[in-house]
Design a protein around this ligand. Sequence first.
Ligand code: SF4
Ligand code: SF4
Length: 436
Amino acid sequence: MTYPTKLPRGGVDPPAETLVPRDSGITNAAVPSRALIPLLQHSGKPALCLVKPGDRVKEGMLIGNADGSRSANVHATIPGIVVEVGEHCLPTGEVCTAVAIELGGEFETSGKPRSRREWESLSRLDLLERIRRAGVVGLGGGSIPTHLKLAIPPGSASSIFVANGVESEPSICADDALLREKPSDIMEGLRICQALLTPARTVIALGEQSEDLVPEFERLVRQKGIKADVAVLPSRYPHGHEQLVLAALGSRSPAGEQSATVLNVATLYAIFEAVILDKPLIERVLTVTGSPVSHPRNLKVRFGMGVRDLLEECGGLSSGAAKIVMGGPMRGVSVDSLDLPVTKVTSGIVAFEGLAARPHAELPCIRCGSCIEACPWNLVPTRLFKLVRIGAAAAAEREGLSSCTECGCCAYSCPSRIPLVAVLRQGKHALRGSDA
Ligand code: SF4
Ligand code: SF4
């Protein structure tokens, strides 16, 4: 039986650019001949480099050691020789140390069956250590090391645990593909999380595009003896955001409640691989789409593979391609170089053609209120924008600037094409600068 849901306010319905054929499955991307692996693929400090040029590495070998509590381990995604350790730019513009590996030698694990390890008799600390050691981070966009989200104080419990299968961006359908191909393994990841969190209730939240999977997940819930409900949530953007998922489930307002835990289904699959298959996080499923892409598809990609190689895997781009975005179309980052590598945080690559990519001229505000209606966080974007533009970021902060998640709904719905998000982002940077 599905769980009742209610629609949170705001959000937008951008046209679904997803051109990936439904039920086309997940394709394994070719193994790259060279992988450029950044040591910052998570929310904390970069991992500390453990290798130097000339070192031979095995697939899955630890090459970066987590540095501090919010950092995460980084592993070699291909076997071979380290040919460079140097500073490289990430899609976000940050610069960090990256390890370049040239493919060579044996694949000791890929393509070979992995034995399944027993986990139910392990202590909480041992379970958390397996997840930490494997470098698992939130794959839904947060990139927070997952063991931190699961490490609740002994004796306490989560009020609600949500396995989030609602896509975080329009056009991206990698989670839907994973739900279709790996439902049982995702449920094993869910069971591990339940053992750690002992939640009062568990909800498997699916997006509307995955609604036909409800019977399968309800069957798995019964078969595995799991206490969980299955819910279908509206796929309106950005309602896959964890706080909006909780609001839709009637669990809390977007203001927040500490004992709720939400993990994306791709993260649950990574937990399954880490704990049961003893496999570090070296690859993920992502969507490559957009009208200039010859064969849009969902691919399993090793971190460090370049965007250029990945686009070639999809048959290349048409001559009309004008912009490439890493991430989704709403919150993704437009990239200048196709040499940038896929990392743990890359949920998709979207190509846009000419007109869609061209910036528009800004017109005066006509006070239509569309941006206010679109904001899922009850902010007044037009007011915040005006305050930041006149240099009054502190006043904007008093009206909720720091609650802005930069979802982009306000700018998307503005008929005057006012760059609301870009200016609000500047305001947040100004606030951080004044704190320093
Ligand atoms: S970008 Fe910020 S202000 Fe605009 S709709 Fe999203 S949360 Fe609201
Ligand atoms: S949507 Fe644009 S034009 Fe309408 S009130 Fe907001 S800023 Fe002004």
